[in-house]
Design a protein around this ligand. Structure first.
Ligand SMILES: Cc1cc2nc3c(=O)[nH]c(=O)nc-3n(C[C@H](O)[C@H](O)[C@H](O)COP(=O)(O)OP(=O)(O)OC[C@H]3O[C@@H](n4cnc5c(N)ncnc54)[C@H](O)[C@@H]3O)c2cc1C
Length: 414
């Protein structure tokens, strides 16, 4: 059932709560809301004609275990809980998934302290199934990989997130909610006891709204009366795929030790649930929030990035990372070399271009790339303003958190 495309319906003129955004988070929030309040009218408005058209449909497809994140952060707590719940949900709904495990590999002595820190964080976060590895241990798990030390995360897995999103949409519809596709929210107006959402099908008057708009989150928050800070800056992540004859080089998931100053996990090799093996993603700041092609530029998106003081503050300290990412983006051989640090047999002839995804990364006015999930409020509304990876993994627990916050905030308003 999760594979069928759920049917959309016209946007209602009125509802108690409107959710904006039909990615995995909007759908998870809508599903949680109606499960808690079966008598309430909940509608979800999605701009595109299909669900999961942006980040949710363009990811690595990895169920993260929660080992990377700062203990005590929302990411740490919600990822560990969310991964556990997602495995249960997939099993119950018969969504193909695999708890295949992953290895994080250090290839240089300078990476060893960071590898040990990852293990410490993982244990502090309550991640199950962590095991330090020596080089023989790495090769026992990934015979074609090489490194001086590693960390096995047994609880990491893979799934097709669009299938999960579609299953959430079915839950919403089965519980009596409305799903309106092809319905772009363009303006938000505050009335005395409601919000009016003006969209491409007309307008919907909602008692409250929860915006889960991914790369457009800041724009809608500002439209609803929120702060401009933080702004969303799009980072394009492009992937290569291994040709079928070379897929045996990667059994499951091979990751580098990440740079702790960046919110991205670095170029990895990941098996998808459909059997493809991907290499990537890159992390290149781009000129459109939907820059699936490198050539796509949108004037408004570009201006919003270039006029944001945080952009220049961030770039000032990161020129060399930017140059490396640019090389990865334009020269296939440099991306393959980055992956060949972990799987030395890899060669440029083994890969073909694959898809790309655009990360919606919140960037503060002070130049800080926001690491943790962020929910903020405006009158009668909540906004998910930063929901990068592992938000797809954590979708069920993020939804519970958002609905808890919403109930407290909305109960205070008439
Ligand atoms: C390259 C890449 C790799 C990733 N890998 C992983 C991974 O392996 N594991 C993991 O857990 N996470 C991963 N992530 C992160 C994960 O994909 C996202 O955190 C998650 O999908 C966010 O979901 P979302 O619903 O907030 O956003 P989205 O899926 O982007 O959905 C937002 C939706 O809002 C809609 N919308 C926007 N504006 C409007 C409007 N005005 N009116 C109506 N609708 C609107 C959009 O059309 C879109 O459908 C990855 C992300 C990327 C980009």
């Amino acid at each position: 059932m999760s594979g069928n495309d759920p049917q959309g319906a016209p946007a209602p003129e009125r509802c108690e709560v409107a959710i904006v955004g039909g990615g995995i988070l909007g759908l998870a929030v809508a599903r949680e809301l109606i499960a808690r309040n079966p008598a309430s009218s909940v509608c979800l408005l999605e701009r595109e004609a299909a669900l999961a058209a942006h980040q949710t449909g363009h990811s690595s497809g990895v169920i993260h275990s929660g080992l990377y994140y700062q203990p005590g952060s929302l990411k740490a707590r919600l990822c560990v809980q969310g991964a556990r719940e997602l495995y249960e949900y997939c099993a119950e709904r018969e969504i193909p998934h695999e708890r295949c495990g992953k290895v994080i590999i250090a290839t240089r002595p300078s990476e060893l302290p960071r590898l040990r820190e990852l293990e410490r964080r993982g244990r502090a976060n309550g991640v199950p199934g962590l095991r330090p590895l020596d080089s023989a241990g790495i090769e026992a798990i990934e015979p074609h990989a090489r490194g001086i030390a590693g960390l096995l995360s047994h609880a990491t897995g893979i799934v097709d997130f669009p299938s999960v999103a579609r299953a959430y949409a079915h839950d919403l519809i089965d519980a009596g909610g409305t799903l309106a596709l092809g319905c772009e929210v363009q303006r938000v107006a505050l009335a005395r006891r409601s919000l009016r959402l003006f969209h491409s099908q007309g307008s919907t008057e909602a008692g409250h709204a929860i915006f889960c708009a991914g790369a457009w989150a800041d724009r809608l928050a500002v439209a609803a009366g929120g702060e401009a800070d933080p702004r969303i800056v799009p980072f394009r992540g492009a992937y290569l795929r291994l040709v079928p004859e070379r897929r045996h080089l990667v059994r499951s998931l091979i990751y580098p030790v990440p740079d702790p100053s960046l919110p991205f996990l670095g170029v990895h090799l990941s098996r998808h649930i459909d059997g493809e093996v991907l290499i990537g993603p890159t992390a290149l700041m781009v000129g459109a929030r939907d820059a699936y092609s490198l050539r796509r530029l949108r004037r408004r998106d570009l201006l919003e990035t270039l006029t944001w003081p945080g952009t220049w503050r961030m770039l000032a300290g990161r020129w060399s990372t930017g140059v490396t990412e640019l090389r990865h983006a334009v020269l296939r051989s440099t991306l393959v070399s980055a992956a060949a640090r972990y799987v030395p047999e890899l060669d440029t002839a083994d890969v073909r271009p694959s898809f790309s995804g655009i990360r919606a990364q919140a960037l503060g006015r002070d130049g800080r790339l926001l690491d943790d999930f962020l929910v903020s409020a405006t009158e009668r509304a909540l906004h998910l303003r930063n929901a990068p990876s592992p938000a797809a993994t954590a979708s069920l627990s993020i939804a519970r958190h958002v609905v808890d916050v919403a109930q407290r905030a909305f109960d205070r308003e008439p």
